[in-house]
Design a protein around this ligand. Structure first.
Ligand code: HEM
Length: 151
């Protein structure tokens, strides 16, 4: 047991929390409630628990590898899109359909980052993994829309 493994644990707990919050958000979209207060408190905690330990791990062992850079950019995009969607829904500026697309794309991006973090590929493959997650999320949103239209 060393400091590195404890920091990695905190980083992974932050990532698990992100997926818990995404799940709660998805259930809320389906059931028609906005989990705003929960996500407003735990969202930033999860984001910080991912970022600062992640920076430590990077500095301690890995440096500016492609998968780390893609992880940082994607982390930022998930945080901005999540906060923007949450605030937009609360103010009535973002509808259920747009919120669902945003949610599915963020689930796809986060899954792509988990691939990058575990496989640690080069920059190109890291970008492709996140792009594939985005494409799958968008495709799921499109399929969901068709289902609503045809039923
Ligand atoms: C949505 C964002 C993120 C998620 C879901 C995530 C998830 C993970 C997971 C699950 C691991 C464990 C992989 C393993 O042990 O095999 C990991 C490792 C790692 N993460 Fe992240 N991460 C994210 C963002 C970041 C960011 C922004 C940074 C850098 C600032 C970062 C740096 C690292 C490093 C350096 C490791 C390697 C640790 C090791 O294998 O020893 N991560 N990440």
């Amino acid at each position: 047991m060393d400091l590195y493994s404890i920091v990695l644990f905190v980083h992974i707990v932050g990532a698990l929390l992100l997926f818990v919050l995404l799940t709660v958000e998805g259930v809320g979209l389906r059931a028609g409630f906005a989990p705003a207060s929960l996500n407003r408190v735990l969202g930033p905690i999860s984001a910080l628990a991912i970022l600062f330990p992640g920076l430590y791990l990077m500095k301690a062992q890995w440096g500016w590898t492609g998968w780390v850079v893609v992880g940082i950019v994607t982390w930022f995009l998930i945080a901005v899109a999540g906060a923007g969607t949450g605030i937009g829904v609360m103010r009535g500026r973002v509808g259920k359909r747009a919120a669902t697309v945003s949610w599915l794309v963020r689930v796809g991006m986060a899954s792509g980052v988990v691939f990058d973090m575990t496989v640690k590929p080069n920059l190109l493959v890291s970008v492709i993994a996140v792009a594939a997650g985005i494409a799958l999320g968008a495709a799921a949103a499109l399929a969901g829309r068709r289902e609503v239209v045809t039923t």
